[in-house]
Design a protein around this ligand. Structure first.
Ligand code: GLU
Length: 442
């Protein structure tokens, strides 16, 4: 059965880059009727925070990316030790004592000689007595996985056939000197024991994948299908990593981005299929195909989210926004009318608040000097009401006859005088609603 996982480290808020990974894994599982696991990669006790675990869940729920179960690496440490023991017994895990400074020096020397900075495996030739001495002087060592020096190949669902020479990669550290198991091992143990069949993650993990394939094989696991999506850049191809702070999912939510707008964009960005606005998850799942994605960096422009959000809102039924509108203080019996009048003129739901304030309190009239006389004359002619859907047409017809103004010169100054803005919902509909709302205030 298809099983995928999204495996964030709870060291910060999810951003648009993480979302791509989450969404692709989610869609693969749902399309196949499989299982989607939320795995919290919290082996680093210093950087992992419970607050971020909660935030990750909240963000995924907001988007409707529901998981079938949660796993936490911090609760599986005994599994990782057991796997490490097995690797040690096979002679695939060896203890090293170099300090970070020594490793750095080695790398610089290699680079100076024009060689790739690959760990030289000096620790492999230490005998028991030498190790004892080093341990006494420096404390416990860190443990590296001994790669087989052969080509590592896999057929990547996005990048196509991959082949990496293990000799060009350093033996990865799996356990730190303080005993902390690193992600490279923990992830392999989890994927193997949880039956993960498909792993989608960022292209920054390609080298990890090569080494992890060897670890999986050493532990007699089944190598999952791997797919590495390209990294997101800004609209000009610039790096987004510094801006991820402002592209957190919760910030986009606060700015009024509609979840389906975000998901519709992310499910297609970087693929050869066009972005199509989807209204529900089923349509998104149906239209997803991982093999359509390409290796080139993917340009992301957050501004694209707003027209998509607007289009979704223009088609949204009142029932879906009833609760939100109630929070603005719109009386229940007027809420649906308020929505019908305003929905075509908003980009995000956040815009409703401004319209509601205008309906309730009115706006400071905006009147250009050259229109002052005209507006005064028109206002004289405005009947007391009550207004209906015809009132605006009747009134402006009279004003037109009296003043000779027509078209934009007639309508625009009246709109600005009444609403304080040059654009907005249909005046014929706004006029009666404004009157009803203000009459209630009195
Ligand atoms: N915690 C890892 C990360 O966030 C997971 C990578 C993976 O999917 O294997 O980069």
């Amino acid at each position: 059965m298809t099983t995928t996982r999204f495996a964030p480290s709870p060291t910060g808020y999810l951003h648009v880059g993480n979302l791509r990974t989450a969404l692709m894994n989610f869609l693969i599982a749902r399309k196949a009727g499989g299982t989607f696991i939320l795995r919290i990669d919290d082996t680093d006790p210093e950087r992992s925070k419970e607050e971020y675990v909660d935030a990750i869940k909240e963000d995924l729920e907001w988007l409707g990316l529901h998981w079938d179960r949660v796993e936490r690496q911090s609760q599986r440490l005994d599994r990782y030790s057991a796997a490490a023991d097995r690797l040690r017994e096979m002679g695939r895990l060896y203890e090293c004592f170099e300090t970070p400074t020594e490793l750095d020096l080695k790398r610089k020397k290699q680079l100076n000689m024009g060689r790739p900075p690959v760990y030289d495996r000096a620790a492999l030739s230490l005998d028991a007595a030498e190790k004892e001495k080093l341990r006494a002087a420096r404390g416990d060592g860190h443990w590296r996985f001994k790669l087989r020096q052969e080509r590592i190949v896999w057929d990547d669902a996005i990048l196509g056939p991959q082949s990496i020479d293990a000799a060009s990669v350093s033996d990865p550290v799996l356990i730190r000197g303080d005993g902390q198991v690193l992600y490279t091992l923990a992830s392999v143990v989890d994927d193997t024991e949880m039956g993960v069949t498909d792993v989608v993650r960022g292209a920054d993990h390609v080298t990890n994948t090569a080494t992890q394939i060897q670890i999986i094989e050493a532990l007699d696991g089944t190598v999952p299908r791997f797919a590495h999506h390209s990294l997101l850049t800004g609209p000009q191809g610039e790096s987004l990593s510094k801006r991820f702070g402002t592209l957190a999912l919760r910030d986009l939510r606060a700015r009024g981005v509609h979840p389906m707008a975000l998901l519709s964009l992310m499910a297609r960005l970087g693929s050869s299929d066009p972005v199509e606005l989807r209204h529900d998850m089923d349509a998104l799942i149906e239209g997803f195909d991982i093999t359509r994605f390409g290796a080139a960096p993917t340009k992301f422009d957050e501004r694209d989210l707003f027209p998509l959000t607007a289009r979704l809102l223009h088609e949204t039924d009142f029932a879906e926004v009833r609760d939100y509108i109630a929070t603005l203080g719109v009386p229940a019996d007027l809420a649906e009318r308020f929505w019908d009048v305003t929905r075509e003129n908003i980009t995000t739901l956040n815009d409703l608040e401004g319209w509601w304030t205008m309906f309730r309190d009115g706006a400071d009239p905006v009147i250009e000097d050259e229109d002052a006389e005209f507006v005064a004359e028109a206002m004289e002619m405005l009947p007391e009401g009550p207004y209906d859907d015809e009132s605006w047409a009747k009134w402006t017809a009279q004003v037109k006859q009296a003043t000779g103004r027509k078209g934009k010169a007639l309508f625009m100054p009246l709109r600005k005088a009444l609403t304080g803005q040059p654009q907005g919902p249909d005046m014929a509909q706004m006029l009666p609603l404004m009157q009803v709302i203000r009459a209630r205030k009195k």
